[in-house]
Design a protein around this ligand. Structure first.
Ligand code: LLP
Length: 431
């Protein structure tokens, strides 16, 4: 099994967090997003504990809500001592609706509108991660009007390529996020920021990419950020107190993916950071990380019902499921790998080579190609693993399909956290 929270029971059914997947689908319907809350909590603790143990006091992880965002998740994050990275007023609203403390929110985004900035300030969002000069000027202006000193981090790009998928690689120089160090623009950005009277500039942020399996690219980023910080100290007398290194640790989608040693990587990163600071006689800053995928991905499983099997003679066989790119667009977008399992007959021989297709009117609507399954039939239950990140949040109503429900599992019990959309929901905004 890909993860130790998955099992097979005496009926040959897949179990998730000890609960029978077939029972879940019968009770809550399919397609269904299943999220093992115990697993989410364990993943949070791994980060919280490693950062507390190896990094300076005040270091802690922020959960990146772009990976998964619904009200019921935020009490869990709060209880586990996480902060949260939010990228839009909608994410801020959701976090606050879930009772999350505004002070622990870090507001991202490369194009925050004036309305967004005011909304965040009016709701007491603790930190802005400022992306560019325009935003800097507006945040300073509105903070002044409101008589507050806004805490900010400045997003800079260290120009690291962590050898990952192009589409989810944001640390390179040529990208729309942040301000590049190498071109000299970041120096001017910092200079402008530290001269603004309504801002409390805590430090820098950088995000180098996603699905990264080792500490090395983060260490490379630290080298560049520290050299830059040192330069800014000499030129401006400005000292970085907080270094936010973004998200990006990888997860296992398939058996061939490596297991990431998160505490080990954080320890290595901390040693690298401390050595770099010592070499420059620089005070070691607090470290923030923004894991999204590695907090929720492996806690998620999607369950689908099979509609049928279609063999195109001389070509291939398709299994069609009652969801697809509307609940998981990641294969259509990135040819993302997944592990697909026959949830209701896990012990059957898997000799049938097939492609799992969704139900949308789009030939690219596939979940996975050329996998091995038992010979399938209508009403079988299929599980796709590691769907906790970037599935629910990237879902759509294409073809006017209703978004699935999401159930959370805790201590062997399931509860509905997001109800399935209805047809009324689909027309709710239509006048
Ligand atoms: N912080 C920042 C500033 C980010 O841009 C991201 C992800 C994260 C944190 C969280 O990274 P994670 O730990 O989840 O790798 N839709 C794509 C992923 C896009 C990620 C964008 N930024 C996917 O489905 O793979």
């Amino acid at each position: 099994m890909l993860y130790d929270n998955l099992g097979i029971n005496e009926k040959g059914h897949l179990t998730i967090g000890g609960i029978d997947a077939v029972t879940l689908a019968e009770e809550f319907g399919a397609p269904l997003y299943v999220l093992d809350e115990d697993r989410v909590r364990a993943n949070c603790r791994t980060y919280v504990q490693a950062l507390a143990e190896y990094m300076p006091a005040g270091s802690y992880p922020l959960f990146a809500g772009k990976a998964l965002c619904f009200k019921g998740l935020y009490p869990v994050l709060k209880e586990e001592g996480m902060g949260a990275d939010v990228v839009s007023p909608g994410e801020i609203y959701t976090a606050l609706a879930g009772g999350f403390p505004a002070e622990r929110l870090y507001f991202h985004g490369n194009n925050k509108t004036d309305e967004d900035i005011l909304y965040a300030m009016d709701n007491g969002v603790g930190h802005f991660i400022v992306d560019n000069h325009h935003e800097l000027e507006r945040v300073n202006r509105y903070a002044g009007e409101k008589g507050i000193k806004q805490k900010v981090l400045l997003r800079v790009t260290p120009g690291i390529d962590p050898h990952t998928l192009q589409a989810i690689n944001t640390g390179r120089i040529d990208c729309q996020f942040g301000v590049p160090i190498e071109t000299g623009q970041a120096a001017r950005f910092v200079q402008a920021a530290v001269g603004m009277e309504n801002l409390d500039v805590l430090g820098f942020h950088s995000h180098i990419g996603s699905q990264i399996f080792e500490a090395e690219p983060f260490c490379d980023a630290v080298d560049i950020l520290l050299a830059f910080a040192d330069e800014m100290r000499q030129v401006l007398g400005f000292t970085v107190r907080v270094l936010n290194l973004g998200g990006g640790f990888g997860v296992r989608y398939q058996e061939t993916d490596p297991v990431v040693d998160i505490p080990g990587n954080i320890k290595a990163l901390s040693e690298h950071l401390k050595a770099g600071c010592a070499a420059r006689n620089y005070p070691v800053p607090q470290v923030l990380l923004e894991p999204g995928r590695s907090i929720v991905a492996d806690a998620g499983v999607t369950l689908y019902r099979v509609g049928g099997v279609k063999t195109i003679e001389g070509y291939r066989s398709y299994i069609t499921v009652n969801g697809g790119m509307t609940d998981n667009p990641r294969y259509a977008l990135y040819q993302a790998p997944y592990t697909v399992l026959p949830a209701d007959r896990m012990n059957d021989q898997r000799n049938f080579v097939c492609t799992v297709a969704g139900r949308c009117c789009e030939s690219g609507d596939l979940i996975q190609e050329n996998i091995r399954m038992p010979e399938a039939k209508r009403d079988d239950l299929i599980a796709v693993l590691t769907t906790g990140a970037y599935n629910f949040t990237m879902s759509s109503n294409y073809n006017r399909l209703c978004r699935p429900a999401l159930v959370m599992l805790r201590g062997g019990k399931a509860r509905l956290a997001v109800r399935r959309q209805t047809f009324e929901d689909l027309v709710a905004c239509d006048l």
